[in-house]
Write a protein that binds this ligand. Structure first.
Ligand SMILES: [Mn+2]
Length: 325
């Protein structure tokens, strides 16, 4: 019997790499998909009894440029537009197989395509998509508000339908989510104009101050309850800079005071228990800045918790050391 409340009922996971690094100022996230594979993502999911299909990495080599006019203050607009279109199409196709897609980034512009794909998929099935944005930054800039013109800081705003990047998908369907279905979590850096826009839209933010005061369990349960109350499905967009830099140094946009190792695992464990997660992004991992794969391994372990690995299943530190170390 199928359980409609559990998007993970299919027990099949699809991996799709998107080696993008044009959305960030620091190059190197294009190596992210390879590092996540090297850190054993597929093997781990396989050990948790999921059927894992790896679709490899997407490429934009065959995608033609559109002839719209690029907006001012949106760096590398053409490349990001090609990525967004190919991700949106391929993500939508893969979601149609019934698997849970894990989008391997790549910088956070990836979500403009992945979330559009998933919103479109669930919209056609009469269910609402909610997005949990685990991140140090709000990523709620537009070409109007941005200071840097880096497009990875605009992805949450784009997927909520903010104007300014309207031509990004060309003729492909845009399935924006209501700003009320976005939860920003772990935030500790917001630009001034960005904050004004977020206030106007009443974007929900659980910042690090709230996490310190209430703890992640209370705050994540609120997110889960809201999704459940609407019979919705949750997309988790996991920016590695959500974690404290001492846990995750391999990222170009570190901000001190992030989530601890245990806070992050508890979030993933609670999300797993909810059974509401239908798709995931892992973004901003920059192997060029990492320390011997530490951040990649931590990200993979967290995905393990999201898919049911329990604390007592983990190897103890003494035998967790890789051969040759
Ligand atoms: Mn981000």
């Amino acid at each position: 019997m199928t359980d409609r409340t559990r998007p993970d009922r299919g027990r099949s996971i699809a991996l799709l790499g998107a080696p993008i690094d044009m959305g960030a100022s620091q190059r190197g996230t294009l190596m992210g998909p390879a590092a996540l594979r090297t850190a054993g993502l597929a093997t781990l999911l396989d050990s948790l009894d999921f059927e894992v299909v790896d679709y490899g990495d997407l490429s934009i080599a065959e995608i033609r440029d559109l002839d719209d006019r690029p907006p001012d203050k949106a760096n590398h607009y053409r490349e990001i537009q090609r990525w967004t279109r190919v991700l949106s199409r391929r993500g939508y196709e893969i979601a149609g197989t019934g698997a849970i897609p894990i989008f391997l980034g790549g910088d956070h512009t990836l979500s403009m395509g992945s979330v559009n794909a998933m919103a479109r998929h669930w919209q056609e099935r009469g269910r609402k998509l909610f997005v949990l944005w685990l991140d140090a930054h709000a990523d709620y800039n537009t070409p109007e508000t941005t200071i840097t013109a880096n497009m990875h800081g605009m992805s949450a705003a784009f997927l909520c339908g903010e104007p300014g990047l309207d031509g990004l998908l060309g003729d492909d369907p845009r399935a924006s989510i209501d700003p009320d279905r976005l939860d920003l979590f772990g935030i500790r850096s917001i630009d001034k104009l960005e904050k004004e826009l977020m206030r106007a839209r009443r974007i929900r933010v659980a910042d690090m101050r709230q996490i310190d005061e209430f703890g992640v369990a209370v705050l994540i349960r609120r997110v889960i309850e809201r999704v459940r109350a609407s019979d919705g499905v949750l997309h988790v967009s996991f920016d590695v800079d959500f974690l404290d830099p001492c846990v995750a140094p391999g990222v170009g946009t570190t901000v001190p005071g992030g989530a601890t190792y245990r806070e992050a695992h508890l979030i993933m464990e609670l999300l797993h228990d909810s059974g509401l997660v239908g798709s995931i992004d892992i973004v901003e991992l920059n192997p060029f800045l990492d320390e011997r794969g530490r951040t990649a391994r931590t990200a993979v372990e967290l995905i393990g918790s999201l898919f049911g690995q329990q604390i007592t299943d983990r190897p103890t530190p003494s035998n967790a050391i890789a051969p040759g170390e």
